[in-house]
Design a protein around this ligand. Structure first.
Ligand SMILES: [Fe+2]
Length: 336
């Protein structure tokens, strides 16, 4: 990495804050939407649904959903070239419960859905549980903002794509922020090329929340088979260093400061607040994401309480569902 880059960044789309949102939005065509409605109407799982977990029982076969598969392939083109992300608009005329399962269908058509915790949940809920990262909570269970990162830090294989679907927005804040890995790389190469060399050294990472007290090694940035690959969640790096006693060098800390400073530049941040039913699908190795901090309404209820209640006028706390997708690596086995 201290050598001149081996790929042509000029051929990649290094977008910034001026990116036209219309290039990011993705609307499933009418045939695919109609196919999903018909498919969901045959699924008994939506009757008396009280949590997101049962949607994992929906079996999605590419050869049974041909229209959706064609759209998933079109979507994948947007993830692997061009803007590297998409915001999929809600499917029309679905019930609240059915809309919850749209990202499950899209994720299943894109690859293997990975377990995200020790319980093996593949549909994972992001909501404020009242914890703080400083006390060891997972970022996804807090209302904290900042900390631009990739999600693929909990497994050595990383994740090819991740899906973030808005079930309910916050009363205040919780804006989604996306950053282009090529733009970040380019900015760092111009402002602090030595930092790129330092960030390409291997660090220790934890299989946090997946395998207890298990660690692996990977760099923050690498170029593999001509592809730029980022892996970054600073709080987890610091925690893994602390847990293993492999302290970070001053120069590594400085390099991460430089990376954070680049990502804190508003003119490279694409900002958007997802609306209910919208699903962001992101190339996790080339796009960073984060959010602003948020607050829920004082009387907001959990998704589970909302589903159990007959009162559909209640406000739900900020709730997103998340799905991690690997195309080829599948599920990484527990390390020895
Ligand atoms: Fe994340």
């Amino acid at each position: 990495m201290t050598q001149p880059r081996t790929f042509d960044i000029g051929s990649e789309e290094a977008w910034d804050a001026t990116l036209n949102p219309e290039r990011v939005f993705f609307t499933l065509n009418q045939s695919a939407q109609s196919e999903i409605r018909t498919f969901f109407n045959t699924q008994p799982v939506f009757d008396n649904l009280t949590s997101i977990k049962p949607i994992e029982t929906i079996e999605v076969q590419r050869n049974e959903l041909l229209e959706c598969t064609a759209e998933a392939d079109r979507l994948e083109g947007q993830l692997t070239s061009g803007v590297r992300m998409a915001i999929v608009r809600p499917v029309d005329d679905l019930s609240f419960e059915q809309q919850l399962a749209v990202p499950w269908v899209l994720g299943s058509l894109l690859g293997d859905l990975l377990a995200q915790n020790k319980a093996g949940d593949r549909a994972y809920i992001i909501t404020d549980q009242g914890g703080k990262m400083e006390q060891g909570a997972r970022y996804s269970q807090t209302n904290q903002g900042g900390s631009f990162h990739t999600d693929g830090v909990n497994l050595k294989s990383g994740y090819d794509y991740f899906l973030l679907s808005c079930i309910a927005p916050a009363a205040e804040g919780g804006e989604n922020i996306l950053l282009n890995g090529f733009t970040v790389f380019d900015a760092l190469q111009k402002s602090s090329p030595e930092s790129l060399g330092l960030l390409s050294r291997e660090l220790v990472w934890e299989y946090k929340g997946i395998y207890k007290d298990k660690f692996y090694r990977e760099p923050i940035v690498k170029i593999q088979a001509g592809e730029l690959i980022w892996r970054y969640l600073r709080n987890y790096i610091e925690e893994a260093a602390h847990k293993t006693g492999e302290l970070l060098s001053e120069e590594t800390i400085t390099a991460m400061d430089r990376l954070d400073a680049v990502m804190d530049t508003p003119d490279i941040q694409f900002r958007y607040t997802l609306k209910p039913g919208e699903t962001a699908i992101i190339n996790d190795k080339q796009i960073f994401h984060g959010r602003t901090s948020f607050h829920d309404a004082i009387d907001a209820v959990s998704l589970e309480d909302f589903l159990r209640s007959n009162d559909r006028t209640q406000t739900i706390k900020r709730t997103y569902s998340r799905f991690w997708i690997n195309k080829q690596n599948g599920v990484e086995p527990r390390p020895n």
